[in-house]
Design a protein around this ligand. Structure first.
Ligand code: NAD
Length: 241
């Protein structure tokens, strides 16, 4: 790891009043959950339909059985626990840093780790609702059912995750944009910055310190004042809360 870059990141964190951590699937790979676009990511897996198509609203409606087969296999990780990145962010907040997490992830690991200010742009697998009567179901209900999970009223139980073609939740967008626009440090991590509108959120940042921690380079690296090409869990482990 580049110790000079870690020192600069530490200094940015120590001197920041408002921090936003904007993360993607790469934040949870060290918890054993594959991302989409890495070499061992979900998009590289050999499946009968392209994953991008399966996780779309129209596919969910036209092929619900196939959707849930894929969903149970690739979106449910009951043994995954928060890694060093999730834990350090929660620790920073506990120790008094004003830090907000804006995540594209749907795994719930930031709240599991103890972070309180979390905006889940793409929803969460932990929440599931009947499309007909709105009754709540937990993740085990969907994971352990077979075929299409059904509510006691006969409706289909849909995970509260934002599929392609679906809009993001209004209040979540507002909260995330407000936090980003007030931040003086934005740390972007574990995201290819290719999924919109989420990736466009970083444009609302008006502060001076913009850092990215990503294993691989992204097309937007040139926009950042600090670029660290390493694993986010390892990098944040080196940060003192
Ligand atoms: P992506 O797969 O497009 O990109 C992930 C990026 O993270 C890659 O650039 C990769 O190099 C990097 N990365 C992987 N492991 C890393 C690590 N340990 N440290 C630092 N960088 C690492 O993911 P995306 O940009 O988040 O977009 C995919 C969409 O699918 C998002 O909505 C995402 O949340 C969702 N998704 C979520 C999960 C989850 O909830 N855990 C898993 C897969 C996909």
């Amino acid at each position: 790891m580049d110790t000079e870059k870690i020192r600069r990141l530490q200094n940015m964190i120590d001197t920041a009043g408002n921090i936003v951590f904007f993360g993607g699937a790469g934040v949870s790979t060290e918890s054993g959950i594959p991302d989409f676009r890495s070499a061992d990511g979900i998009y590289m897996m050999d499946y009968k339909y392209p994953p991008e198509e399966i996780i779309s609203h129209s596919f969910f409606l036209s092929h619900p059985k196939e959707f849930f087969e894929f969903y149970r296999q690739y979106f449910y990780y009951p043994d995954a626990v928060p890694n060093a990145a999730h834990k350090k962010l929660a620790e920073l907040e506990t120790k008094g840093k004003n830090i907000t997490v804006v995540t594209q992830n749907i795994d719930g690991l930031h709240t599991d780790a103890g972070s309180k200010k979390v905006y889940e742009l793409h929803g969460s697998v932990l929440r599931n609702y009947c499309m007909k009567c709105g009754k709540f179901y937990d993740v085990e209900y969907v994971a352990k059912s077979t075929g299409i999970p059904k509510c006691s009223c006969g409706g289909t139980v849909k995970p509260d995750v934002v599929l392609y073609e679906e809009p993001l939740d209004g209040p979540t967008i507002e909260g995330a944009v407000d936090a980003i626009s007030k931040a003086d440090l934005l740390i972007v991590a574990g995201t290819s910055l290719r999924v919109y509108p989420a990736a466009g959120f970083i444009r609302y940042f008006k502060g001076s310190n913009l850092a990215i921690i990503n294993k691989e380079r992204t097309d937007m690296d040139g926009d950042f004042s600090l670029v660290i090409h390493d694993k986010v869990g390892e990098v944040l482990s080196a940060i003192k809360a």
